[in-house]
Design a protein around this ligand. Structure first.
Ligand code: NDP
Length: 403
């Protein structure tokens, strides 16, 4: 029985708060604060209608640390769940330290003026959280989040070492729009236009964005082109799997998405540096995000499935030589929408955020300091994925991936 404060009121937050309300034995009191209170109220109304639970709402700019600290102190939660944007990670961690409350997020910090997401800024909080006797859990979404837990589950139950790891993220959903992103457009476009990086023999190797393309046949979706790109869990996986020889991340994109993005990039609309327009400074990517469809409006029309998982090769735990396993979840956009009013990308992130919070609030995962998902026992988290709408399966493949 615990009180929780969620910050941010987008698609991921909406799913997370609905799922918290559906687990009222763990989340006995839910508070929701964001920059735009009306969005919190809309989530609270949907939660009331679907579950009968009450969510208290507040307006807050999470970058105003003293005001946020006061709000946390007034509410007195056991945990703050940060589902705003990566830019707010550090101010929210500061406020948690000032108020003496545990912290959880789903995406690592990224400075506004540079598309460079790294754990170094948040890992630097290690001593402060430890000294305060508080716990911060980083990256409890799907990727990062479940993909790291999948790897650690394989390492606990199937493989003594993981030599090669490929994370495959396929969204086979169709929203019927010419061009839209499935989560925050600004964060999404910064991520996919950044150079690709993968882990190889003890270092990151950088290649141009979207330069490496491979076709893969995804269960429940069918064949798709996937592109190698950088994703933040590669940094923590390389740290916590010291034996890893090669780690890569792949995401599927349709040809129409790539064409739109290429044009937008070529004309300068994905720039993140300010330009002067009619005497005012605007950031082209922020303007683009303002005119694109809002991800939370895509749920009603999105059909199809997501399939996200890990393929890992290494020495088998049972001494039977080298083995390759594929572990993945398939999520249906329409089922996700029917349950929470949000499409599967928000669902596959919001559910693991709720489960990570449940791990901390029930004491299944404890610690003092700043932690990544790889450092925790995967079993109780994996059990909850099965019962909370993201069931997973694991199968052995004949050998390592050939791409
Ligand atoms: P949205 O843009 O839909 O929602 C973000 C919310 O944060 C909005 O309600 C926004 O308020 C609020 N917000 C922004 N700035 C502030 C601020 N200064 N103070 C208070 N609130 C603020 O994003 P998503 O729901 O799609 O994504 C949420 C998070 O989840 C992001 O960090 C994203 O990177 C992460 N994510 C992680 C994934 C994973 O698998 N690990 C996958 C997908 C997303 P307003 O409405 O006023 O703009």
């Amino acid at each position: 029985m615990s009180k929780v404060l969620v910050i941010g009121a987008g698609g991921v937050s909406s799913v997370c708060v609905h799922k918290m309300a559906m687990n009222a034995d763990i989340f006995s009191e839910i508070h929701l604060a964001s920059r735009t209170r009306a969005k919190c109220d809309a989530i609270a109304a949907s939660v009331k209608q679907r579950t009968g639970q009450t969510v208290s709402t507040y307006e807050i700019d999470a970058e105003e640390v003293p005001a946020l600290t006061r709000l946390i102190q007034e509410i007195g939660p056991k945990l703050v769940v940060n589902l705003a944007l990566p830019y707010q990670d550090l101010p929210i961690m500061d406020a948690c330290l000032a108020a003496g409350v545990d912290y959880l997020d789903t995406a690592n910090y990224e400075p506004k003026d540079e598309a460079k997401f790294e754990y170094k800024w948040q890992w630097a909080y290690q001593d402060r959280f430890k000294q305060a006797g508080l716990m911060a859990l980083l990256g409890s979404g799907f990727d990062p989040g479940v993909t790291s837990v999948f790897a650690m589950w394989l390492k606990k139950h199937k493989l003594k070492t993981i030599r090669q790891l490929d994370i495959l993220d396929c969204n086979g959903g169709d929203h019927g729009q010419a061009f839209a992103t499935n989560f925050n457009p600004e964060i999404n476009i910064r991520e996919v236009t950044a150079p690709a990086r993968h882990w190889e023999n003890g270092q990151f190797v950088e290649t141009p964005a979207m330069a490496k393309k491979v076709a893969f046949d995804f269960e429940a979706v069918g064949p798709k082109n996937m592109y190698m790109m950088y994703h933040e869990e590669l940094e923590s996986l390389a740290k916590f799997l010291p034996e890893l020889e090669r780690g890569r991340f792949w995401m599927t994109f349709g040809d129409a998405y790539i064409t739109h993005l290429t044009v937008l990039q070529n004309v300068g609309m994905t720039r993140i540096d300010p330009v002067l327009y009619q005497g005012k400074e605007i950031v082209p990517l922020q303007f683009l995000a303002a005119v694109l469809p809002k991800p939370e409006t895509l749920g009603a029309t999105t059909k199809g499935k997501t399939n996200i998982g890990d393929i890992a090769t290494g020495e088998a735990l049972d001494g039977s030589g080298e083995k390759t396993f594929y572990i993945y979840n398939i999520c249906d956009h329409e089922d996700a929408y029917a349950e929470t009013g949000n499409q599967a990308i928000s669902y596959t992130t919001g559910v693991p955020a709720m489960i990570g919070a449940a791990m901390m609030l029930t004491g299944a995962w404890t610690g003092q300091g700043v932690f990544n998902m790889e450092q925790m026992d995967p079993d109780p988290f994996m059990d909850m994925l099965n019962t909370q709408g993201l069931p997973w399966q694991v199968k052995e493949l004949p050998g390592p991936v050939e791409f």
